[in-house]
Design a protein around this ligand. Sequence first.
Ligand SMILES: Cc1cc2nc3c(=O)[nH]c(=O)nc-3n(C[C@H](O)[C@H](O)[C@H](O)COP(=O)(O)OP(=O)(O)OC[C@H]3O[C@@H](n4cnc5c(N)ncnc54)[C@H](O)[C@@H]3O)c2cc1C
Length: 465
Amino acid sequence: MKRRGYFYVALATTLNIIIYALTLGRYLWLEGRVSGGVFRNWGRRYRYRPKNFVKPTTEEEIVALVRSAKGVRFYGAAHSFNNGVVADHTLVSLDNYKGVLWKNLETKQVAFKGGTRIRECAALLLDEGLAFGALPSHDAQSIAGIISTDVHGTGRDWGFVSDEVVSFKLIDGKGVVHECEPEDDLFKTAIGGIGAPGIISEVVVQAVTRFNIEQKVEMSNLPFVRENFDRLFDENEHMSLYLFPFTDRCQINTWNSTEKRRSFLDRLREFLSISKDALLSAWFGGFMANTGLLPKLSSLSYSFKRGTDLVMESNKAFNRTIYPLHQELEFTIPFEKTFEMCRRFIKLFEDMYRAEKLPYALFEIRFTPAGHDRTLIGAGRERRSTWINLVLNDSNGFERYYAAAEDLMREVDARPHMGKYCQSFTKDDMMRLHQQHFTKFLQIAKQHDPEGKFVGDFTRRVFWD
Ligand SMILES: Cc1cc2nc3c(=O)[nH]c(=O)nc-3n(C[C@H](O)[C@H](O)[C@H](O)COP(=O)(O)OP(=O)(O)OC[C@H]3O[C@@H](n4cnc5c(N)ncnc54)[C@H](O)[C@@H]3O)c2cc1C
């Protein structure tokens, strides 16, 4: 892996924010794209020159290219953290296949082309007075990329974007177009199936009437959260926690629908707050971590952090645009083990940091409800889950911690999020974690892609051999 210092991360994060502000939000530098024939994912870790690069504009073109090509992988926004977007031969971008195909305002259902970014879907829904019922934390991903990795958010009663999908179209390895609905096996294979059975070309979303969200960020401490966890959980529609190493300070984030009017200058205040957090973690957090000061300064520095309370349009409250240049390794564990597991992964970080410094880290904890049966191998399948997201600045040493964390994940039977960093998990791990669901997944994927057209390095490791 390419070596990166703390300074590189801080400068790249700053540049990203400046360019975004100067272009009034029209251009985000840290996004996946191909330029000059070279592909780079959002964090610029996966950089290669595809043998063939195609940007189809119609469904017929996608069908024709699937029929004629081999070694095909697609990308939406390349906002994933592994090499799932790297193709043996043909790399396909759906960036020229976006927008609304049809809408039914009576049923509040809208069909999007697969390459439509989630922020564009939200804006197009808003034009009709509609919104997603809930969303995950980031606005860049394509709607097809989101359901291919079964992207989750956090919620008492809601967990996944796929819950808001009525149906989708999938073009399989034989070039056949399938209409898939939630009860179909092919639907469940494609949700979280990172493109193994085919390319998702069209997604029908069930929207709701637009609404406002009150987004609160409060600083607290871990003993308080543990003691009041059930109450906090019951009182909030959506809640997440940020935990930090070497301190009991923590951050509680909540999102609740409200009749209140939007806050004054809500979007500007949110932009400033997000940018400040990104710059602080990249510069100050990186500095503390790099100089070995994390154990001494963590408690003190988080005691200065202040919360926010903003009422925003729902999509703006759920979705963020700017992030520091970072890495994420995320997985689920059973909800009942939340605090025990958080402690183990944080302790692992603290022990390794003391022995040999690691980059700045925070631990994002989210929750999804039981009964998620729209996927065969998604990490949030069926059980009530806690998602532990190990977020580290993308500088030297994160790989060492992630390697140890993946060992610990195996020990505790944690299920990996396949859109995040996932370097050592293999087919055997997937079989152990998902058992008969994985067998069924492989069988259906193989049936729809008998020649292995969609196999790439990543899926070769986690699904095939
Ligand atoms: C800053 C940041 C925040 C994030 N926050 C969250 C979060 O809150 N919750 C969460 O769950 N994840 C989150 N993620 C992870 C990530 O956004 C998702 O896993 C998602 O896949 C990215 O969508 P994309 O369009 O960029 O997909 P890509 O990265 O382009 O593709 C992801 C995978 O899906 C395949 N794929 C892409 N398009 C298609 C298609 N049309 N048909 C079939 N397969 C396809 C690709 O080949 C690849 O293997 C975050 C990522 C970043 C960078």
